[in-house]
Design a protein around this ligand. Structure first.
Ligand SMILES: C[S@@+](CC[C@H](N)C(=O)[O-])C[C@H]1O[C@@H](n2cnc3c(N)ncnc32)[C@H](O)[C@@H]1O
Length: 276
């Protein structure tokens, strides 16, 4: 595997995904009962934006670099910025595990799975001393079989693979289906890249064909969807989203779009792929 998330940390897609994941955890934490969180493709935790990898494409400049200059309007963006922007360490960006544990409470439980040993080790270092957290070095898809359904019976699974292989969309489809078979009431969020081509519409059609209900997609594009430049947009498919999440995400994504795509070349879409 060649993928290193350090090249992409803090880019517009990371910002979009992290705002949405924190918003889901916030809604779950509004009820006092313990929750379970599983991140199947966790990454290393902390990313140094001055590293040679991050400096190469400077992707973070169009993501957190833009958003941190922005005065937040929605509560979801405000919460995200309050956790991400550190005056003491402005060039350190937190990945999904570091952000998620800040949304967890005493008694909640989290499992982070990472396949690359070096990344899993770095994550373990970053999490030292956190109670209720397990770091697993292994395959995130296999871990779904081990950990689902969780005893808490409420919570979130994040599936955020690198999409290096052509099979990744079908692996994600299988994983989402599997999670919901094992745990029909769990919230499952799977990230996907939006690039030129028909992959996303094929993915959406395949999801529809599963017969699953209550599937919302939340997309943010910073370029026209057919632009050949590379990553045009970031999408999440969310099964069993919390009540009113659709309308709340419309406002949040519109705010992100205004801040991250000043030329307004892209767009945002928050729609039911399959309603209840
Ligand atoms: C997109 S990055 C994750 C970013 C992280 N979720 C975040 O938002 O900060 C994908 C990660 O998955 C890891 N990975 C790739 N294949 C995996 C697998 N089968 N199981 C677990 N981790 C995997 C990669 O090493 C990489 O760190």
């Amino acid at each position: 595997m060649n993928y290193r998330h350090a090249f992409h940390a803090g880019n517009f897609a990371d910002v979009h995904k992290h705002v949405v994941v924190l918003a889901l955890l916030d809604r779950l934490a509004r009820k006092p009962k313990p929750l379970f969180y599983l991140d199947s493709h966790a990454g290393r935790g902390w990313y140094d934006l001055t590293s040679s990898e991050a400096s190469r494409g400077q992707e973070w400049q169009d993501g957190i670099g833009r958003l941190r200059e922005h005065a937040p309007q929605t509560e979801d963006v405000r919460r995200y910025l309050s956790l991400v922007v550190s005056k003491a360490e402005p060039m350190r960006y937190p990945g999904s595990p570091i952000l998620a544990v800040q949304g967890l409470r005493e008694g909640d439980r989290a499992v982070f799975v990472e396949k690359q040993l070096e990344e899993a080790y770095a994550l373990q270092q970053g999490m030292r001393g956190r109670r209720g957290v397990s770091i697993v070095h292994g395959d995130g898809y296999a871990a779904l079989k081990t950990y689902l359904p969780p005893r808490e019976n409420r919570g979130l699974v994040l599936i955020d693979p690198p999409y290096e292989s052509e099979r990744e969309f079908s692996d994600v489809l299988r994983a989402v289906t599997f999670c919901l078979q094992r745990w029909p009431t769990g919230i499952v969020a799977a990230w996907y890249p939006i690039k030129a081509g028909a992959e996303v519409s094929r993915f959406h059609s395949a999801l529809k064909a599963t017969g699953l209900r209550k599937l919302l997609f939340v997309e943010l594009s910073v370029r026209p969807s057919d632009s050949p430049l590379g990553l045009n947009g970031s999408g999440l498919i969310i099964a069993n989203p919390p009540w009113q999440f659709e309308s709340e995400m419309m406002a949040t994504c519109q705010e992100l779009h205004t801040a991250l795509d000043p030329s307004m070349a892209g767009h945002t879409r928050v729609e039911w792929l399959m309603p209840e």
